[in-house]
Every structure is written in C-alpha cells, then in structure tokens.
Design a protein around this ligand. Structure first.
Ligand code: NCD
Ligand code: ZN
Length: 356
C-alpha cells in the first residue's frame, strides 16, 4: 500500500512515503578530507543544512565564511548535488564586535552560533558569559536584523548530566532580555529542556537529533563503552528520552530536526580521549521514518523535517519531494575506511529512493 503521509488514514500500512524535501538545521560539515565525505552524505538527503561554524579557524568573519561556503558548494556540485544550499552561521565569541554580526547578516548568514567556552568540539573560543555587557550589542543587532541565535545549551562546568538543565536559566534570561530575538536551543536531551522551551514565548525553539530519539546513557556506558554513541550533550535517562520523543511527534512547531551529524575519524573516537560527536547523516532519514512509524506518527514527519524549521528561520519551504520506501538495507560498517556511522552494520527498514 502506498500513499501520501499527509493522509492519516493511509499511514497505517504505508510502505512508501513522499514528503516535501527536507532541511537539517544543525550539521557539522567539517573541513578537507572529512568535508569531502560529510557534504555528499548531507546533500544526498537534505536540500539545505545549517552549517556549524566550529571549524579551525572558526567561522568568525566574512573571509572565513565565504571561503568555507565556497568549499562546501564546490564539493556539493562535484558530488552531483548542485541544488544543495548551505545555510551559514557565524560563531559568537567573547569580545565580538556587533558590526561583524551585521556584516554576516548582510552576507546572508542566517544564524549566530554560541558555544559556551569548553562545552564541546573546538569550543576553546566561545562565550564565557552570556550576560556580559559586551555581548548585549551583538544580541541586539541580531534581534533587530532577525538573525537567529543558535545555542549549544550546556554549562560546561556543571556535572555532565546536569549541564543542559543548568543552562536553562541562561535561556530564560536571553528570551526575557531580548524578547524579539529568535533563539534555538540545539539538540535538546532532557525533559526539563522540553518543558522550558514549551513554556517560553514563540521566539524560542529547539532542534532534536535522530540519535537522541534512540539513545539513553546506558547505550553509551551501560555495557561496554561505546564511543560511537558518545556526543554532547550526552544521552540521558529513559524519562528524558520519552520527553524528547514526545516533543518530536507532538506537532508543536517549536521542535524541528537538526541532525548534529558530527563525523570524527575512528582513531579519534576509539581512544583514551575520544571526541564527542556521532555521524548520523547516512542513516537519519531511515531512522526518522522508523521512529515516526513506530509512534504511528508518520503524518507528522514532514512538518518536523521540512516545515517547522524553515518557518522559524523565515525561509521559504523547499520545493520538490523526497520518497522513502520500506525496504531493508544494511548500514555500512565504515565509510572511507575511517568514519564509523551511527547504527553501523545494522539493518534499517526504510530507505530513500527518490528526490525530485
Ligand atoms: C559536535 C562536534 O563534534 O563538532 N559534537 C557533538 O558531540 N555534538 C559539536 C557539538 O554540537 O556539540
Ligand atoms: Zn553540533
């Protein structure tokens, strides 16, 4: 049986689903060799991706941003994805000049990304205090220009399981101080974050990753240590995951998809000081379909991946469609001999068959 997932009656036994093309509102496309692997995997399934700026040197000025965007476009074109659109972000750092943000906006960058210093990969430079007077001008400039503030919402000095919850008072402070500033709390993992985002005004939204719909802390450290399930924020409890899952299928436009696909070399994951980040872009569409189907919510998938994010960012909806069919496929154990994907070697139930 086939049909559109927008028709609830047809969903029950669907083996084929077609939606508007998708957006990924949080992707790490990396640099050099990793960039050449990450870009085609994202562009194969996503029409647009919000590109994280935590490269080296970070995307803190127009020169780096333009060069990085061109590199991404070049790889996308050469891999057969000429329509792929990287949505660029600028990294917000201590002491930043508000003029830099205005320039970034004029250049077409849609968001400023703020990492608390030390929170995650390549965040040596970031924000040490969101309330510092110097940043006020930066946030005001973004608010006035309609530029989104995307935040890695963790307090790095708090105990690791508490880091996200401890950030919520900063989120509330930002939302109160800058009432028109659009803020996205990235990759939420806790019930408390879901509740905070729901209770704050419509200027505050959140992204949800695919791995946080599947993992709890036990999948990382409950048996043998699994470095390929290690990411920031770390997966939490069953109750937290249930809240995040409910938010994803709720139909509430505050919650939309951002993969946080973050490839690292295998040797940098499987070692004594393993990097945080999970490479999910090759499996994200299959797993999203599987998850929404398991919750009898396939009719909500399209809004989650192709409507709510675009509307929050004030972007036009994608044209064209993407089609998935229910057919088993085996996830490769490794890509290009050095990147282990999420669900490596497992058999997934849905696959993308067509984009038009
Ligand atoms: C990301 C990375 O590796 O760049 N890692 C991760 O665990 N998610 C950075 C980030 O988003 O925290
Ligand atoms: Zn990320």
């Amino acid at each position: 049986m086939t049909g559109s997932i927008n028709n609830e009656k047809e969903v029950v036994m669907n083996t084929r689903i077609t939606t508007r093309k998708w957006d990924d509102f949080h992707a790490h496309l990396r640099q050099e060799e990793l960039l050449r692997i990450a870009v085609p995997h994202t562009a194969a399934y996503f029409e647009r991706a919000l590109v994280m700026p935590n490269i080296k040197p970070p995307v803190c000025d127009m020169l780096v941003a333009k060069r990085y965007r061109n590199e991404i476009l070049d790889v996308a074109h050469r891999s057969g994805y000429p329509d792929f659109e990287p949505l660029m972000t600028i990294k917000i750092v201590d002491g930043m000049n508000s003029g830099t943000v205005s320039l970034a906006h004029a250049f077409g960058m849609v968001a400023g990304k703020a990492y608390p210093v030390g929170a995650t990969t390549n965040s040596e430079e970031g924000v040490s205090d969101f309330r510092h007077p110097r940043l006020r001008r930066v946030f005001e400039e973004m608010e006035a220009g309609g530029m989104v503030l995307s935040v890695h919402g963790e307090m790095p000095l708090a105990p690791s399981l508490e880091r996200e919850a401890r950030f919520l008072c900063e989120l509330e402070w930002l939302a109160t101080q800058f009432p028109k500033l659009k803020i996205v709390m990235e990759h939420i993992t806790t019930r408390k974050a879901v509740e905070a985002v729901c209770s704050l005004p419509s200027t505050v939204a959140a992204t949800i990753t695919v791995h946080h719909l599947f993992l709890t802390l036990d999948d990382v450290i409950g048996g043998k240590l699994n470095p390929h399930h290690f990411c920031k924020p770390i997966a939490k409890t069953l109750d937290d995951r249930a809240a995040v899952q409910e938010a994803a299928i709720s139909g509430n436009p505050k919650f939309f998809f951002g993969s946080d696909s973050a490839p690292h070399r295998r040797e940098n994951k499987e070692c004594g000081a393993g990097e945080a980040g999970i490479f999910t872009s090759p499996v994200a569409p299959s797993l999203l379909a599987e998850f929404f189907e398991s919750r009898e919510s396939l009719h909500r998938l399209e809004s989650f991946v192709s409507r709510f994010g675009a509307e929050f960012y004030g972007l036009p909806l994608n044209k064209g469609t993407i089609t998935l069919i229910k057919e088993p496929w085996e996830v490769p154990r490794i890509y290009s001999s050095f990147i282990v994907p999420f669900k490596a070697g497992e058999t997934l139930q849905w696959k993308v068959v067509e984009r038009s």
